[in-house]
Design a protein around this ligand. Structure first.
Ligand code: ADP
Ligand code: ADP
Length: 228
């Protein structure tokens, strides 16, 4: 678990208007923060900078008080779940979830990997499907595999980029409940990008509203959506 601090973060692509413009935000250890705003307002760009997939043009990114602007993604110990899951089609559910542990070569024994995958898959109710390939799973199950892969690593924080947007309404509702439960249980700092007002209202401790790259407001869901 970690705190994440954004200090005057700016992102410019080429010489265009900043996609992210002077954003400052303190995210506490264990906090669940929702990032909302219209398409193109810079949500993905912000997440990608935090995880290290995109360079920060100016400003400081601190994880647990340490500046990480120049750290490679693999050295930040954050887990990101993308909209399109990106599962490996030729690998089983077990191997998809185990993948990050296998990548960290020599750090985990086979027994340890089995135990961690077991724990994640039981939390996500995937125990029965460990030997299947992604093609033989439902959308919701695939999304849970992607989550399993994110949580198996003991990351310091989770970053979600509209993880439920490709699911139908019913599955979205189920997964929303599971995500809320999982985050409470693990208590891991989470930044969650969404277009969905229900997710914004129910999942997070606070909601951050971004518009044209500028942070407009940071408030509890109640303050934001139930104000007269
Ligand atoms: P959101 O996730 O809120 O939809 P993005 O972060 O994807 O917004 O995009 C913010 C702005 O930055 C948009 O104007 C988008 O066109 C631009 N942008 C995003 N990625 C790139 C890129 N790789 N190169 C140039 N412009 C980009
Ligand atoms: P979303 O709005 O759902 O996050 P986008 O269509 O904005 O998705 O972006 C999809 C991908 O294309 C992202 O990796 C983003 O960085 C990239 N992208 C977005 N806008 C541009 C752009 N103007 N030029 C180059 N790449 C872009």
């Amino acid at each position: 678990m970690s705190s994440i601090e954004l200090k005057n973060i700016v992102k410019k692509y080429g010489d265009g208007f900043p996609a992210v413009n002077d954003v400052s935000l303190d995210i506490a250890d264990g906090e669940f923060i929702i990032l909302v705003g219209p398409s193109g307002c810079g949500k993905s760009t912000l997440l990608r900078m935090v995880v290290g997939l995109e360079d920060i043009t100016s400003g400081d990114l601190l994880i647990d008080g340490k500046r990480v602007n120049d750290l490679a993604p693999r050295d930040r110990n954050l887990s990101m779940v993308f909209q399109n899951y990106a599962l490996y089609p030729h690998l089983t559910v077990f191997e998809n979830i185990a993948f990050p542990l296998r990548l960290a070569k020599g750090q985990h024994s086979d027994d340890e990997i089995r135990a961690k995958v077991q724990q994640a898959s039981s939390m996500l109710e995937l125990d029965e499907h460990l030997e299947r390939k992604p093609a033989n799973l439902s959308g919701g199950q695939r999304q849970r595999v992607a989550m399993g892969r994110a949580i198996v690593r003991d990351a310091d924080a989770f970053l979600f980029d509209e993880p439920l947007s490709n699911l139908d309404a019913k599955l979205r509702g189920q997964m929303r409940t599971e995500i809320a439960r999982m985050q409470r249980r693990l208590g891991v700092t989470t930044i969650y990008v969404t277009h969905d007002q229900t997710e914004a209202m129910t999942l997070g401790d606070r909601v951050a509203v971004l518009k044209k790259g500028v942070l407009q407001q940071v408030a509890s869901p109640r303050e934001l959506y139930e104000q007269p």
